[in-house]
Write a protein that binds this ligand. Structure first.
Ligand code: ATP
Ligand code: MG
Length: 387
């Protein structure tokens, strides 16, 4: 029997006149997420997107991929039946047999989107429910908390029946809410911060500060692996690999050691803002969380923030490490993030970092650096890798 996937979306429906823009972005992202050899059709009607592969054996793989597309509230594997009440009854009994055999109770809900269909929704529910009850007499009818809810939708082209649905990734379609530049380290927090921002519909690109030879190719590979996992949620992710050694050595040579981290972070922000400006991104995103380390006290964050004009989003700012780890596990970045490769920050970390930096002192120390040149050289040396 013919099968397809019904995609339901939630928050987009609230968008009023802008709704088509969000819907178009979602359809585009769904198409982009399909396997390369997908044959079939994708179309939208009546607040549902239909994904209909010619070959039903790829439905599981398509469902797996679509579970990572933001903007989708629910995903359903549905069976296509002719718009005829008898055909719906017998077809439902046949295709839903595996689900109904194992259930103890059920109910039928019907939706009649095609008002020309000669039965009302309550009539469809009653007819199909009665028939299924005859076929599966062990079932009780429970309209409040049924073990199985059989859905029947009668639409323009066909009728669809299904039982159960999967939760989608939620959020808004990537690309429907501008673009931001993610400062992506090899740690746990920044991939989660990127995921949370992309979930709100923001397309991402990334910068990674790379301190060769203090950090090696394997550290770079680790970041690219993280970017690859993120790209499943946020496709076409360009990673800007920034040569950062020169800047770090210059800070180490010319600035007080307890200020190394904070000055380094200010240079990171300057470079990231340049990348954002050059790539039409409107904000920066980091994985900072208040108090997590010396450079993330409120004072340190304020001094770090002071060098850039762009808004800086810090989606994990109020989260405990454990909460961040839970999301990292869910999205599949955790196992990669904990691989033991060094990061540029760990190598240049001072023994006694300044947890309450004073802006005027930091600015004074930065006078000993050729700031513009350091930033320009780093930006000019960027290697872009598209995931
Ligand atoms: P962890 O999960 O170990 O805390 P982290 O990536 O959060 O890793 P931090 O030292 O806490 O590391 O850095 C704070 C933020 O600064 C990161 O979340 C990230 O946004 C940014 N950052 C740090 N190091 C780099 C780097 N090498 N390249 C790009 N961004 C970085
Ligand atoms: Mg961190």
């Amino acid at each position: 029997m013919k099968q397809l996937i019904l995609v339901k979306y939630g928050e987009i429906i609230l968008k009023g006149l802008n709704r088509p823009i969000f819907e178009d972005a979602l359809v585009k992202n769904i198409k982009a997420a399909l396997p390369k050899d997908f044959r079939g059709c994708v179309h939208r009607a009546q607040a549902t997107i239909y994904v209909e592969p010619d070959d039903p054996s790829i439905i599981d793989e398509v469902l797996r991929r679509l579970s990572k597309v933001f903007g989708i509230t629910y995903l359903t594997r549905a069976f296509v039946l002719p718009k005829d009440l008898e055909a719906i009854k017998t077809g439902a009994a046949e295709v839903l047999a595996p689900a109904l055999k194992n259930a103890v109770s059920f109910k039928v809900e019907a939706k009649r989107a095609d008002k020309k269909f000669p039965y009302t929704s309550p009539e469809i529910s009653k007819e199909v429910g009665g028939y299924l009850h005859d076929c599966f007499p062990h079932l009780t009818v429970d309209v409040n908390t049924p073990a199985a809810t059989v859905m029947v939708e009668v639409r323009e082209q066909n009728a669809y029946v299904y039982c159960g649905r999967e939760k989608g990734a939620g959020g808004m379609p990537v690309g429907s809410n501008s673009k931001a530049t993610l400062l992506l380290s090899g740690g746990i927090d920044s991939p989660v911060a990127g995921y949370m921002t992309a979930k709100r519909g923001v397309r991402l690109n990334a910068v990674h500060f790379f301190s060769y030879p203090y950090t090696g190719e394997r550290a770079k590979d680790k970041v690219m692996s993280l970017a690859k996992i993120l790209a499943e949620y946020c496709p076409r992710l360009d990673v800007h690999i920034v040569p950062f050694t020169e800047a770090q050595l210059a800070i180490k040579k010319n600035c007080p050691h307890e200020q190394l981290t904070i000055i380094m972070r200010r240079i990171m922000m300057r470079i990231a803002e340049q990348v954002a400006l050059n790539t039409n991104a409107k904000a920066l995103v980091t994985g900072e969380s208040i108090g997590q380390v010396a450079s993330q006290t409120v004072e340190a964050l304020a001094v770090t923030n002071e060098v850039v004009k762009m808004p800086v989003f810090r989606p994990v700012i109020g989260m405990d490490k454990e909460e961040i780890v839970t999301i990292a596990r869910q999205i599949g970045t955790f196992e990669t993030s904990i691989l033991p490769y060094e990061d540029c920050c760990t190598i240049f970390t001072p023994k006694h970092p300044n947890t309450k930096p004073k802006l005027d002192r930091i600015v004074a120390s930065e006078q000993h650096l050729e700031m513009e040149k350091l930033v320009a050289d780093a930006v000019n040396g960027i290697e872009v890798i598209t995931v």
